[in-house]
Design a protein around this ligand. Structure first.
Ligand code: NI
Length: 182
């Protein structure tokens, strides 16, 4: 049976805490939770399932959003209709990034933020992320565009940063001379 995750809302200050590095092997509970997150993120991006389980669409989740302060992120990226690539990264680090910045034109969303937030979030157009898979093998991922934004957004959660912390309070909306929109 599909059991919905209990995702913390932004009002919960635990979202502002920094998460700790994880040691291997992962616990059985953590591995189970990773699978549950993958299912929920995947379902949330399939219209029929989204409706059936009353899910908000989302492509990423970080462990601290469940109140667990471990450096684990999960991203389910729809590469074409109905086809998803899953990324599970333990102790992720951005080891290099482009100079070019981008922003999601419609703004970013977050499963912990249940309201409309207006503003553009500057992100690197491309990042290289290293870390470990759930079995402790080293991995390296090159991400660009939407996927690059997703990695930066989820890694921020591990440091207690929410996307609106990166919106310029004086000038929340950027224009196309200042940044490339995707
Ligand atoms: Ni988020």
């Amino acid at each position: 049976m599909f059991k919905k995750l209990n995702i913390l809302d932004e009002a919960d200050k635990r979202l502002q805490q920094k998460s700790k590095e994880v040691t291997f092997p992962l616990t059985k509970e953590d591995k189970k939770l990773i699978q549950q997150i993958i299912s929920e993120l995947t379902y949330s991006q399939i219209p029929e399932k989204q409706e059936e389980y009353n899910l908000r669409p989302g492509m990423g989740l970080a462990f601290p959003q469940l109140g667990i302060h471990k450096r684990i992120i999960v991203i389910v990226h729809e590469v074409e209709k109905g086809k998803f690539n899953n990324y599970v990264v333990v102790n992720p680090k951005i080891i290099s990034h482009s100079v070019e910045m981008i922003a999601a034109e419609e703004g970013e969303g977050c499963l912990s933020i249940n309201r409309e937030v207006v503003g553009h979030v500057p992100r690197y157009a491309r990042v290289t992320v290293t870390g470990f898979d759930e079995d402790g093998n080293e991995i390296k991922i090159r991400a660009r565009e939407e996927l690059s934004i997703a990695f930066q957004h989820e890694i921020d959660h591990l440091d207690g940063i929410l996307f609106y912390d990166r919106i310029d309070k004086e000038k929340p909306l950027l224009n196309e001379n200042e940044i490339r929109f995707i």
